[in-house]
Ligand binder design. Structure first.
Ligand code: NCD
Length: 300
């Protein structure tokens, strides 16, 4: 099975992954032995873009299940020498990996990999499009805290337009019946609109009464034109502060996929608030979710 897009996954498939991940999360927390269901499998971890959390957590997930990982980065690959992407994929495929985890700026990389590599493909983020394992780990984090996803009011705030985290979360949360609000300045909201989603440029209105406030950084490396406001101005209008949380949505929980830009989209004391912030829970859930995803991809 490929895990390249939430569009292609049913609610049942995702629930099965979340249920399995929950079991793994408990085992990791309890430091229990984990059966090596992927013993002897070899996973190619190809990151053509920078990553801290996602790359390490895919590696950790693979090792926890007994698989071997070959990290492959563009800095040391022949793509730098001008090799065509398809040749690189076919070359890697000829070595018969058991799974291919790939992150790339190029939006069609997961599809090309599906066509040319000949093993299950897991998308670790493609351009501004999707980041399915991030949406799944966010879903597990929310489900573990609230006990459900249905009917929750979730405000995703910041650069929705260029965020693949938002892309996959919007698809997943809609499939699970959450109420979605997308909040940010007009130039960072998506250009195509969905009638089931609320779009809001006023930050206070957008977060008011939300159960979850999910903050996103501005994807400066993906902007078409330079922003006409500074980080300080952005923070004053769209930054999540303790004061704003208290005033507009005092019981909300806060999420952020990382990397965070403190005092740009989120105040440091909000990110670090153990009562409000689920940010490290997201990272913790990430390993367990990627274990369940690697298993589903390789063994199904
Ligand atoms: C995100 C990504 O790479 O899309 N990071 C992550 O995987 N946790 C978010 C981002 O870069 O802003």
């Amino acid at each position: 099975m490929n895990i390249t897009s939430i569009t292609h996954m049913t609610r049942e498939q995702m629930t099965a992954i979340l249920d399995k991940a929950e079991i793994y999360l408990k085992k990791i927390q309890a430091k229990e032995d984990i059966p090596e269901t992927l013993k002897g499998k070899v996973i190619l971890n190809a990151f053509f873009e920078d990553s801290t959390r996602t790359r390490v957590s895919f590696e950790m997930a693979a090792y926890r299940l007994g698989a071997h990982v070959i990290p492959f980065s563009v800095a040391s690959s022949s793509l730098k020498k001008g090799e065509a992407v398809i040749d690189t994929l076919q070359t890697l495929g000829a070595m018969h990996p058991d799974a291919f985890v790939v992150r790339a700026t190029q939006g069609d990389m997961p599809r090309l990999a599906e066509e040319h590599i000949g093993c299950p493909v897991l998308n670790a983020g493609n351009g501004t499009y999707e980041h399915p394992t991030q949406a799944l780990l966010d879903a597990l984090t929310i489900r573990n805290y609230f006990g459900r996803l249905d009917g929750l009011r979730i405000a995703i705030c910041g650069d929705i337009k260029h965020s693949r985290v938002a892309g996959s979360n919007i698809l997943l949360l809609q499939k699970f019946g959450a109420e979605l609000r997308l909040v940010g300045p007009e130039d960072l909201l998506p250009t195509t609109r969905d009638e089931n989603i609320v779009y809001e440029t006023d930050f206070a209105q957008g977060i008011a009464g939300a159960d979850v406030v999910m903050m996103l950084r501005i994807q400066k490396e993906r902007l078409e034109t330079k922003l006409n406001y500074t980080d300080a101005v952005y923070f004053s209008e769209y930054g999540l502060t303790q004061e704003r949380l208290q005033k507009h949505t005092p019981t909300a929980m806060v999420m952020h996929p990382g990397p965070m830009n403190r005092e740009v989209e989120i105040a440091g004391d909000v990110a670090d608030d153990p009562e409000k912030s689920l940010i490290l829970k997201q990272v913790e859930a990430g390993v367990a979710v990627r274990m369940a995803c690697l298993e589903a991809a390789i063994l199904n």
